[in-house]
Ligand binder design. Structure first.
Ligand SMILES: *Cc1c(COP(=O)(O)O)cnc(C)c1O
Length: 367
């Protein structure tokens, strides 16, 4: 049963706003892929996917097949790219009309064999090229071999070609990003010369959209920007966090100098301290690394640091200088107190903070 006091509020108007900010950056004909993996970055994948479809998004992307199946069962019909399909799950792709990213020969060969066996033609895939992230994808010296494998069965229809930038949010790595763009160009030229159909080439993630407009190609893959976060640049500041984690104060107490708070007694009061207990803890996604003054929540317009260790189901904050009472609302992070502000010492990144909110927390949709 989800807990009621602690809610993740998801605002669809803010999602629409961020979508418009991204769209504004792009040429009118550039397609947008909305990345809704990981429960749409910790929000609600079905609701967010449906809103993106309503807004006119061209493609959706998920990490794993189950996530795509979930969207199909919900009724989403636009193309869905699966970034990390597993070889054993080929049948699911076919059943649910999901488009795989193909990134190695093991998978490509298995796909060909299955398509032959099932007598399926025109099966759509996107080819993933490794241009420097060194995570997944074919290397540039494999282009000819990929083509030969695909050409052999003629059952695969390559509709897209993509790669992923390693440091598009980091100006110091602009040269490296440039080298990734150049490698991608080589792959694009190669495949476009081999196939009659016009391929959808896509390279940019959110930071890429803002920092490397020259690499827009035919489509961009927008993830974190849709959810309201970027990498601290001016342009990103206009984005609105769409998910706000809120709770209430469940108990207030005052402790004297020398008294401690929480397990292991890591907070010791050096002044008379007012302590507020909040009904969420590490199981809800507030990692223990945020305990002991590393993060701040917002209560009645003022920030309150987390004191002591974060517990499993609860955590304590110092509200000595804040006027508040039991039952008052608390914003852990959200529109008026971004994940970057919550994470005062920048020990983490908004991606990690917002995606970790566990399924125990009730989702509330606002629009
Ligand atoms: C998650 C992911 C994205 C989205 O990245 P953001 O930085 O959140 O925009 C794009 N492409 C791939 C391959 C991904 O895995």
């Amino acid at each position: 049963m989800p807990v009621k006091e602690t809610r993740l509020i998801i605002n669809l108007n803010d999602l629409a706003f961020n979508y418009a900010v991204i769209k504004e950056k792009l040429k009118p004909e550039t397609k947008i892929m909305g990345v809704v993996k990981a429960f749409a970055y910790g929000t609600d994948s079905e609701v967010v996917a449906q809103k993106l479809v309503d807004l006119g998004v061209d493609y959706l992307a998920v990490a794993y097949i189950e996530e795509g199946v979930r969207l199909r069962k919900f009724g989403i019909t636009i193309p869905i790219l699966v970034f990390y399909p597993q070889v054993e799950e080929l049948k699911q792709l076919l059943t649910y009309n999901l488009t795989p990213s193909i990134y190695n020969f093991r998978y490509l060969k298995k796909l060909n064999a299955t398509l032959n066996k099932e007598d399926i033609e025109d099966f759509q895939i996107h080819i993933k090229i490794n241009t420097g992230l060194n995570r997944l994808g074919f290397d540039l010296n494999e282009l000819e071999a990929i083509y030969n494998e695909i050409n052999q069965s003629k059952r695969i229809k390559v509709v897209g070609l993509f790669s992923h930038l390693a440091a598009s949010g980091n100006a110091k790595e602009a040269k490296f990003t440039q080298s990734q763009i150049e490698k991608f160009e080589i792959a694009k030229r190669f495949f476009q010369s081999k196939f009659d159909q016009k391929l959808i080439a896509h390279l940019c993630n959110s930071s890429g959209i803002f920092n490397f407009p020259e690499a827009e190609y035919d489509m961009v893959r927008a993830g974190i920007a849709l959810y309201g976060y970027g990498n601290n640049t001016k342009e990103h500041e206009q984005l609105q966090p769409i998910s706000s984690l809120k709770t209430v104060i469940t108990q207030l107490r005052s402790i004297q100098v020398g008294e401690s708070v929480g397990y292991e007694r890591l907070f010791k009061a050096s002044r008379k301290t007012k302590v507020a207990t909040l009904p969420l803890g590490y199981v809800d996604g507030i990692a223990r690394q945020f305990g002991n003054l590393k993060a701040e929540v917002l209560i009645n317009g003022k920030t309150a640091p987390i004191i002591g260790n974060v517990c499993m189901d609860t955590m304590m904050v110092d509200v000595t200088d804040i006027e508040c009472k039991e039952g008052d609302h608390v914003t852990i992070f959200g529109k008026e107190h971004s994940a970057l502000k919550f994470d005062k010492l920048q020990q983490s990144i908004p991606y990690e903070i917002i995606t970790r909110i566990s399924q125990r927390v009730t989702r509330v949709i606002e629009s």
